[in-house]
Design a protein around this ligand. Structure first.
Ligand code: C2G
Length: 133
């Protein structure tokens, strides 16, 4: 069984997120998603709190057919432990993270795959669009 791991905030879940989760799951047989906690979002330098709090974002992710398990992402440092704990073969992220030391160093522990982002979809754009209605 090939086990995949990805991370993100996944706020206002949209097609860009689903398309990432779908392609990540297709890389193996089991997908673990590390959903950023509200506190970690602040630590990540988010300009504003997510629209949905962690528990709502976690529940929405658990309803996605491609997702097998959702865990809290509470720090940058937890990834190696997550890889070990869940016997991960591949970490998959959107390619806006390509080259980031946050992920490139994980290559010592598992494969790391960056997938093209889905153009035209972003949580911040959704928020801006809703402001004009
Ligand atoms: N994504 C995508 N296409 C989009 C939007 C997002 O492929 N149009 C991908 C991102 O590249 C990321 C995942 O969907 O891999 C989740 O996106 P975000 O919720 O924006 O996550 P991010 O803020 O990148 O947090 O430790 C890593 C961080 O938690 C990732």
């Amino acid at each position: 069984m090939k086990r995949i791991l990805t991370y993100g905030t996944f706020d206002l879940l949209h097609w860009g997120h689903i398309n990432l989760l779908k392609r990540a799951r297709a890389q193996g047989d089991y997908l673990v998603v590390g959903a950023s906690t509200d506190e970690f979002n602040t630590a990540k330098g988010a300009r504003r709190p997510s629209y949905h709090q962690f528990e709502v974002r976690k529940t929405m992710l658990e309803a996605v057919r491609y997702v097998d398990l959702v865990i809290p992402e509470e720090s940058w440092e937890q990834k190696i432990e997550d890889i070990r704990r869940f016997h991960i073969d591949t970490v998959v992220m959107g390619d806006n993270w390509k080259g980031s030391e946050r992920f490139e160093h994980l290559r010592s522990f598992c494969d790391v795959v960056f997938l093209p982002r889905t153009p035209g979809f972003s949580t911040s754009q959704i928020r801006r669009d809703l402001l004009v209605d």
